[in-house]
Design a binder for this molecule. Structure first.
Ligand SMILES: C[S@@+](CC[C@H](N)C(=O)[O-])C[C@H]1O[C@@H](n2cnc3c(N)ncnc32)[C@H](O)[C@@H]1O
Length: 450
């Protein structure tokens, strides 16, 4: 007997029960078509660049990347991977863009890549490297960018280590600092070698070009979007103006007796916000204190004026600012830590944290950075520890402070700055210890404390 057409379970009319399963009609999902990404031999892209691109954009291991590069070299073509259309398209666009940026100076016939020797790039960024990657020495004093370059396998340092065969300076916002780096680059390459300089119009690249033209042989500039790229040639003897650029970029003494570097934070003297915070800091701070984003050490004297302070960590992402801090702060209680304060955690927790946080990432105002500093401060503090912070009046930090600290007091609101004192709740300690005890971690320390 046939099964009733759409019966589910129940009587089959003969007193017997029969069970059948109703299934929902399966939605037909078509698989997206997949596309092969092919790499073709062009006879002039250096092999190490191909390997770098395969590692960076296709996530291949070094040995796999070398294998594909050799296949391309021998057979003229190799399959790099198989992807859905959008992913394949994005990867190809990324590689083309990267190759174009790296090749532009070479393609433009601006400079000839010397056969041997390292290529230096001042202010190198992960997204903008000059060829050849294997010979590149990236100079990047900012810790987060430095770490990103290292993660890409680029040889990176905070300071130059000449000699170089070719140099590239990525201009920053400070004219004095950029010209100082051009002077450093010229001194780091042999006579006749090129120094490439590129930068944005908004950062004053036109003025740098004009200054170079006055004293050096300058090639035809290449305009690119809002920027310019040009090459200068290192003469046999460096002109006096270049020596002056180097001199003008050195750290100099401000009205408060501390040295600061042109291009660094508040280069001409102490920031008014820092002075206000220094004034309001109590003189009975105790134990282990950290200054997050310590710069050239402006706040150190006020912190170390408390005799009860046993250690001061100056945590700063800019290695050049930290060089100045080392020269400014000679107290043996000071330790100089080149670190990203948003990720830094002290070994033993701190009794107090002091901070004038940065509020810019590059050119853009970024209160998110200050908020990340507030969170780091809270994580670094011992329960009951205190946090002291100054900020521009318009910056909205109250919410973030309230979220991570028990007690927040605005102790001053003067001249466009506000100063906060906050305390990490002691209850947080109990919660943390209880939590640790549940995980079997804090039992011994609890026992010892009694
Ligand atoms: C507003 S300035 C204050 C400098 C110094 N404390 C003072 O009062 O003069 C902020 C400092 O934070 C540093 N900074 C920016 N981002 C950082 C980060 N992620 N980690 C550590 N320091 C950072 C900057 O280089 C700068 O020196």
């Amino acid at each position: 007997m046939g099964r009733p057409p759409s019966n589910s379970s129940g009587d089959d009319g003969n007193g017997r029960t029969e069970t059948s399963v109703i299934t929902r009609p399966r939605a037909r999902t078509a698989r997206p078509p997949l596309y092969k990404v092919l790499l073709l031999n062009d006879d002039y892209t250096p092999m190490e660049f191909v390997v770098h691109v395969l590692e960076r954009f296709f996530g291949l291991s070094y040995s796999h990347a070398v294998e594909i590069m050799l296949t391309v070299h021998k057979k003229g073509v190799a399959v790099v991977g198989v992807f859905a259309y959008e992913i394949a398209e994005t990867k190809v666009a990324q590689v083309m863009d990267f190759a174009r940026r790296n090749q532009r100076a070479l393609d433009a016939g601006m400079v000839a890549l010397p056969d041997a020797g390292r290529v230096a790039m001042w202010n190198a960024r992960p997204e903008d490297m000059v060829l050849p990657v294997a010979r590149l020495h990236a100079i990047q004093p900012l810790r987060p960018l430095h770490d990103a370059l290292c993660a890409l396998g680029v040889a990176t340092d905070t300071h130059a280590a000449p000699p170089y065969a070719l140099a590239h300076v990525r201009a920053g916002r400070s004219r004095a600092a950029t010209l100082g780096q051009v002077a450093e680059a010229l001194a780091a390459v042999p006579p006749g070698a090129a120094v490439l300089i590129d930068g944005q119009k908004g950062d004053g690249i036109e003025g740098i070009l004009a200054a170079c033209r006055r004293v050096l042989a300058v090639g035809e500039p290449l305009s690119q979007g809002h920027g310019k790229l040009f090459a200068v040639v290192r003469p046999e003897t460096l002109p006096q103006a270049v020596t002056d650029w180097a001199e003008a970029a050195r750290s100099r003494c401000g009205p408060d007796g501390l040295i600061r570097r042109p291009g660094g934070f508040s280069a001409d003297g102490p920031d008014r916000g820092s002075l206000l915070l220094a004034d309001l800091l109590p003189r009975d701070l105790k134990g282990h204190v950290a200054d997050l984003g310590a710069g050239a050490g402006t706040l150190a004297a006020a912190i170390l004026a408390s005799p009860g302070v046993t250690r001061l960590d100056l945590v700063e992402a800019d290695a050049l600012a930290l060089d100045d801090a080392r020269a400014n702060v000679l107290d043996p209680r000071a330790a100089f830590l080149w670190a990203d304060a948003t990720r830094w955690r002290p070994g033993p927790v701190c009794d107090a944290v002091v901070c004038n946080p940065p509020f810019h990432s590059g050119r853009a105002a970024d209160p998110g950075l200050g908020r990340a500093f507030i969170q780091s401060a809270a994580a670094a503090l011992a329960p009951g520890g205190s946090f002291w912070m100054v900020a521009n009046r318009h910056l909205p930090y109250e919410g973030s402070l309230g979220e991570v600290f028990g007690e927040v007091t605005r102790i001053a609101d003067i001249g466009g700055f506000k100063v906060f004192r906050a305390r990490k709740p002691v209850a947080a300690m109990r919660r943390a210890v209880d939590h640790g005890a549940r995980r079997g971690v804090a039992r011994t320390s609890r026992g010892r404390g009694r």
